[in-house]
Write a protein that binds this ligand. Structure first.
Ligand SMILES: N[C@@H](CCOP(=O)(O)O)C(=O)O
Length: 493
């Protein structure tokens, strides 16, 4: 097993090298050379706990990590960092299942990978005798930023810089990032949107002179976004875990296919599910749920990816994205790993902002269905689900839930379905409570959080509750073309 670039520059590197590099030198994304099929082993995995299962899955990708190294990383990540021993519990809501991926230290699904990634990277640094210090660059539309900061803060020989759209995240997300401690952390609000931040970061990775200059100063760059396989591979685990939980609880029989509905922005989460299917997990459909930024919906409907449109700010900000990075990995698979095709499509995207896949590639998309939900539908869904089941959805999960309702209406498919819940409702408390009842518009964020807790009779997650005691430590903003100078300032160069 090795990792290669989607753009075909013949680079073949180990998992630990790919985790250090983040992005390939040809701007492509690293992908595994093969997928181990675990279908015949599923029956032996039913009773494993999250950590045991994580080892079974991750060892198939991270093949240059020893058993001891990998188990150390897994055990250090999935412990009391999470508020439940199950790590990724499932709640039954009506006839469907909600996979709650927000029980980690920052209350979003990003914790599922960003609690383990610092250990994977530290181990990779040691394995490869890296002399330089690693500077992690992260673009965030709200959730990745805080999860990465929390994971990497105070980690020796690593620094982290997070860029977020100053006006494109929720108040709580912003507060979470701005109050992060650690001498190795830097948080910068940019005057632009998430795509500006992500493109800016990718351009920096591709800037040979800048990278050479940094190397001479003793630094190399890496990424904590899902473009890094160290982010993506741990996310494969919870697809297997949720499936096996349903088997264990006799909700499905081993071998039955299920659906997953995934709120989607950068396409990393749903792609991890697709990788699980490549490894033999019985999946019928992946329902790719978008908000009003419905570029992926259009892509699945027409085969045309067109980012030439205005990015809308919605109540599900983590999905306010027009350039979904990980779609490149899907293009690689549906073109039967034809990097020439991938290059040509990505060049079109770069030059014209649009590309169209051919008939053969479209045929390989049959395991996907796409939907999108407008703001009024999202809000209505939060209320309906709360009124009917007493269950509180966050705005992103409500996008997924409503897309799933539309899917059932369209297809009449009654396959058992897991709705992937990506964040705690408390991160978006104002929009969540406003969907359920009107509130005094003078209330501050913490009063709203308390109100939400009273109304829903749910406990405020510890990390959110604690926020009010923390001081703001980061207050930098910059123009979207000033990313490099902010990095240099932080590094004191
Ligand atoms: N939704 C993300 C955007 C970045 O996605 P990633 O999965 O590639 O890190 C966010 O919350 O920042």
């Amino acid at each position: 097993m090795y990792f290669l670039s989607t753009r075909g520059n013949n680079e073949k590197i180990t998992a630990s090298q790919a985790i250090i590099k983040g992005l390939s030198s040809d701007r492509g994304l690293f992908v595994p050379s093969e997928f181990k099929n675990l279908k015949s082993e599923l029956k032996n995995l039913v009773n494993l706990d999250y950590k045991e299962l994580a080892y079974v899955i991750l060892k198939e990708f991270l093949t240059d990590y020893s058993e001891k190294e990998l188990k150390y990383c897994i055990n250090s990540a999935y412990d009391e960092n999470f508020d439940t021993e199950k790590i990724a519990p499932i709640s039954k809501v009506g006839d469907d299942y909600v996979l709650e991926l927000y029980h980690g230290p920052t209350c979003a699904f990003k914790d599922m990978a960003l609690t383990i990634m610092p250990y994977l990277l530290k181990t990779a640094i040691e394995k490869n005798n890296l002399k330089e210090e690693v500077v992690i660059l992260t673009a965030t539309s709200g959730d990745t930023g805080k999860a990465a900061l929390e994971g990497f803060k105070d980690v020796d020989k690593i620094k982290i810089v997070v860029f977020f759209p100053e006006n494109g995240v929720s108040n709580i997300q912003k507060l979470q990032m701005k109050t992060t401690g650690g001498d190795n952390t830097c948080v910068v609000g940019i005057k632009g949107n998430f795509d500006d931040a992500q493109t800016g970061v990718k351009n920096i990775f591709a800037d040979n002179n800048f990278n050479k200059d940094l190397k001479e100063k003793g630094y190399i760059l890496s990424s904590a976004n899902s473009i890094n396989i160290g982010r993506l591979t741990p996310q494969v685990v919870y697809y297997f875990y949720s499936y096996l939980q349903l088997v264990k609880q006799n909700e499905i029989a081993l071998g039955d296919e299920i659906n997953f509905v995934v709120p989607t922005g950068n396409f990393g989460n749903i792609l991890a599910g697709y990788y699980a299917k490549q490894m033999g997990l019985p999946v019928n459909k992946f329902i790719c749920a978008s908000n009003d930024n419905n570029v992926l919906y259009d892509f699945f409907e027409t085969g045309i990816y067109n980012k030439n449109r205005e990015l809308k700010l919605t109540t599900s900000p983590s999905m306010d994205i027009l350039i979904s990075s990980n779609l490149e990995r899907l293009l690689f698979e549906i073109s039967n790993r034809d990097s020439k095709k991938v290059n040509s499509l990505l060049n079109d995207l770069n030059e014209k902002g649009v590309y169209e896949i051919d008939y053969d590639m479209r045929k390989n998309l049959s395991s996907f269905y796409a939907g999108y939900s407008k703001e009024d539908v999202v809000s209505k869904t939060i209320k309906e689900v709360f009124d009917k089941f007493g269950y509180l959805l966050d705005t992103h999960t409500a996008v997924a839930y409503s897309c799933y309702e539309k899917y059932v209406e369209d297809t009449k498919d009654d396959t058992k379905t897991v709705i992937v819940s990506t964040a705690s409702p408390y991160k978006f408390s104002k929009d969540v409570i406003n969907s359920i009842q009107s509130i005094d518009c003078n209330l501050d964020d913490f009063e709203i959080i308390n109100k939400l807790s009273d109304l829903s009779k749910t406990k405020i997650p510890g990390p959110i509750e604690k926020l009010k005691e923390l001081e703001i430590r980061h207050n930098i903003t910059c123009e979207k073309d000033e990313l490099k100078s902010e990095i240099l300032k932080f590094l004191g160069k």
